[in-house]
Design a protein around this ligand. Structure first.
Ligand code: AMP
Length: 542
C-alpha cells in the first residue's frame, strides 16, 4: 500500500485503483436516490473527469466540487486528486451566498459541478473555470472513450493539500482547513485497525454532507478497504419512513454519524438490530456522546460495538477512539472519548502559559502528531495562532494544534472532553462559531448589535437564540432602513424575528440560523462592561 511520503502515492487513489483491478464488480457506492457504482465504474468515472480537468485547467490549484451524495461527486474528488488538485467539497444545499464566499476565498478556483445546480448557483456555469463532470462523462460515453488514469507523478501526494474543508469562522466568514495527502494516509492506517473495518469490504453509512470532515471517516474507511458507501441524502433524512425503508435494504455494517443523528433515529422504536441485522460498529464523532444514546444503542443493537472518537477537522477527522461498554456506562461522569491513535500525542496545557497542567487536571487539549493539518487556507495569522511546530515524546518533530477544547486525561489514560474555551458550539454535530452568526446579524441594516447564545436543556445544546438591539429608526449608518418602518414605531416581535431569520438564511446554512431572535432595548452588560452572555444564556436554558 502507498507509503505516506512517496511522490505520486495517494492512499485514496491507490486503493480505489487497486480494488477496481482486484474486484471490479464490487460495490463502491450505493444509494436509493441515485445511481450505484462498482469499483470499476467509480475508477472509470474518476479517470474521465481527471482527463477533462487536465485538458481545461493549468496549474495545481484547488478545485471547488459542487455536489451532493452521488457517485459522480465521489469520482470528482478522486479526479481532482488524480489531476493534481486539492478538492474543496461544497454541498449544493448551502446558500448561494456562502458558496460564493467560499469560491471568492480561492481566487481563480475552478468549479467542478458533479450534480445539477440549484437555480441560485446556475450563474456559476458562466464562469471561466467551470466544468460539468456529468457532461464530461456523457461526452466520453458518446465517443466510446475509456480513459486511462493520469500518470502517478501528477497525483496529489505527500505534503500537498488533499482537501480544504470550510467550517464556521469567527470573523463572520467560513474558514478553510487544509489537510494534506500524508495526513489522510496516516489517518487511513489507523482506520484500518478498527474492528469490522479491518476485515474489509464493509458497507458504511454515508450520511454527513461531504462539506463536513465527518464524511471523510466513511469515505476513507470504505474506499481504502474495498468497502461500499451507502449514501443517504438530506431529503431521505427528513422522511424517516423513506430512510428506514432504505436502511432496511442497505446492508450497512459500519454506522458513522454524529450522536445527534442516532438520537433522531432512536426516537423510532423500529430502529434496532432487526432493521439493520448486519450492523456491527457505531462510530461517533463531532460532539458529546451521551450515556442515554450509547445505552439505548447497546440495548437495541446487541451485536454492535458502540465507539466514541474525538477530533477536529484541523487534525484530520479524529484522533482518539474508545469502545463504550458496561464499565463506561456505569460511571455517571461524561463518557470518555478515548486514547490517542498511534502517531498522535495529547497534551493538556494551561491555556495562558502553554505549560502542561498536573496529571489528571483540566486544561486545553493540544494535539501533536502526524495528522495535524497544514493550517488555515491563506490565513497565516490564524494558522500561526493555532498551529505550531513541536516534537513527540521520542523527539520526532511533529506539528501541533491548540484545539480550544477543554479536557483531562483520566486515571485510565482516557481523554475526557469538558467544553470549550471560546464561543464555538456544536449543534446536532454542526460546528458553529457564534461570532459568525453575530456578524451575519450585524451586517443586516436593521440590527445594531447582536449576541447569540446556545439554548441548552439537560446539558445539551438544543438551538441558538439571538438577542438583538435594533438600529435607531431601523437604520444603521448609510444602510437603508427597514421598508415601511417609522422610527420608534412598535414592531411586531414575531414578524421581525421571522424577517431577520429569513434574511440570515440567505447567507448562512439552515443549522446556523437561530431558532429565536429576541429584540432588546439595550444589551445587558456584565461587571466588565461587556455584553452579559452568561445571563442571556441562562435566560434561555433549562
Ligand atoms: P469538527 O471540526 O466539526 O469536527 O469539530 C471539532 C470539535 O467538535 C472539537 O474541537 C470538539 O469541540 C468537538 N468534538 C469532536 N468530537 C467530540 C466528542 N467525541 N465529544 C465531544 N466533543 C467533540
Amino acid at each position: 500500500m502507498a507509503s505516506t511520503g512517496t511522490t505520486g502515492a495517494n492512499v485514496l487513489l491507490d486503493s480505489v485503483m487497486r480494488w477496481a483491478r482486484l474486484a471490479p464488480d464490487a460495490p463502491a457506492f450505493s444509494a436509493a436516490s441515485c445511481q450505484d457504482a462498482t469499483y470499476a465504474q467509480l475508477w472509470g468515472q474518476a479517470c474521465v473527469i481527471a482527463r477533462g480537468l487536465d485538458a481545461h485547467l493549468a496549474g495545481r490549484g484547488p478545485v471547488l466540487v459542487l455536489g451532493r451524495k452521488t457517485a459522480t461527486t465521489v469520482a470528482s474528488f478522486l479526479a481532482c486528486l488524480m489531476s493534481g488538485h486539492a478538492y474543496v467539497p461544497v454541498d449544493v444545499s448551502l446558500p448561494a451566498r456562502r458558496v460564493h464566499d467560499i469560491a471568492g476565498q480561492i481566487e481563480g478556483a475552478a468549479c467542478l459541478a458533479a450534480c445539477e445546480l440549484p437555480e441560485e448557483l446556475a450563474p456559476m456555469i458562466l464562469e471561466p473555470g467551470y466544468l460539468d463532470a456529468r457532461q464530461l462523462l456523457v461526452d466520453a460515453e458518446e465517443r466510446g472513450l475509456k480513459a486511462a488514469p493520469l500518470p502517478r507523478e501528477r497525483w496529489v501526494s505527500g505534503e500537498e493539500t488533499q482537501y480544504i474543508i470550510f467550517t464556521s469562522g469567527t470573523t463572520g466568514r467560513p474558514k478553510g482547513i487544509e489537510v494534506t495527502a500524508a495526513n489522510v494516509a496516516r489517518f487511513s492506517e489507523w482506520l484500518r485497525e478498527f474492528p469490522q473495518v479491518r476485515e474489509g469490504g464493509r458497507v458504511f453509512l454515508d450520511q454527513a454532507h461531504y462539506s463536513f470532515d465527518l464524511s471523510e471517516f466513511e469515505l476513507v474507511g470504505a474506499l481504502v478497504t474495498g468497502g461500499c458507501l451507502h449514501a443517504v441524502d438530506e431529503g431521505e433524512c427528513s422522511d424517516f419512513c423513506a430512510l428506514f425503508d432504505d436502511l432496511s435494504r442497505s446492508g450497512v455494517q459500519v454506522w458513522v454519524s454524529t450522536p445527534s443523528f442516532a438520537d433522531l433515529c432512536l426516537v423510532d422504536k423500529s430502529f434496532d438490530q432487526r432493521l439493520l441485522p448486519n450492523l456491527r460498529l457505531f462510530l461517533f464523532c463531532g460532539e458529546t456522546l451521551h450515556h442515554t444514546t450509547a445505552a439505548k444503542l447497546r440495548e437495541r443493537f446487541p451485536q454492535a460495538v458502540v465507539a466514541n472518537t474525538y477530533g477536529p477537522t484541523e487534525s484530520t477527522v479524529a484522533v482518539t477512539y474508545c469502545q463504550i461498554g458496561e464499565k463506561e456506562l456505569a460511571d455517571p461522569t461524561p463518557l470518555p472519548v478515548g486514547r490517542p491513535r498511534r502517531g498522535t500525542e495529547l497534551r493538556i496545557v494551561n491555556h495562558q502559559t502553554g505549560e502542561p497542567v498536573p496529571a489528571g487536571q483540566t486544561g486545553e487539549i493540544v494535539i501533536v502528531g502526524d495528522t495535524v493539518a497544514r493550517g488555515y487556507w491563506q490565513d497565516p495569522q490564524k494558522t500561526q495562532a493555532a498551529f505550531f511546530e513541536s516534537q513527540m515524546g521520542d523527539g520526532t518533530p511533529a506539528r501541533a494544534y491548540r484545539t480550544g477544547d477543554l479536557g483531562r486525561i483520566d486515571e485510565d489514560g482516557l481523554l475526557r472532553c469538558e467544553g470549550r474555551l471560546d464561543s464555538l458550539v456544536k449543534l446536532n454535530g454542526f460546528r458553529i462559531e457564534l461570532g459568525e452568526v453575530e456578524g451575519a446579524l450585524e451586517a443586516l441594516p436593521q440590527v445594531q448589535q447582536a449576541v447569540v447564545v446556545p439554548a441548552t436543556k439537560d446539558g445539551r445544546v438544543r438551538s441558538l437564540c439571538a438577542f438583538v438591539v435594533l438600529a435607531a429608526g431601523g437604520e444603521k449608518g448609510e444602510k437603508p432602513g427597514v421598508p415601511g418602518e417609522k422610527p420608534g414605531s412598535p414592531r411586531d416581535a414575531l414578524a421581525l424575528s421571522r424577517e431577520l431569520k429569513a434574511e440570515l438564511a440567505r447567507s448562512l446554512p439552515a443549522y446556523m440560523v437561530p431558532r429565536q431572535v429576541r429584540v432588546l432595548e439595550r444589551m445587558p452588560l456584565n461587571a466588565n462592561g461587556k455584553a452579559d452572555r452568561r445571563s442571556l444564556a441562562a435566560s434561555v436554558s433549562r
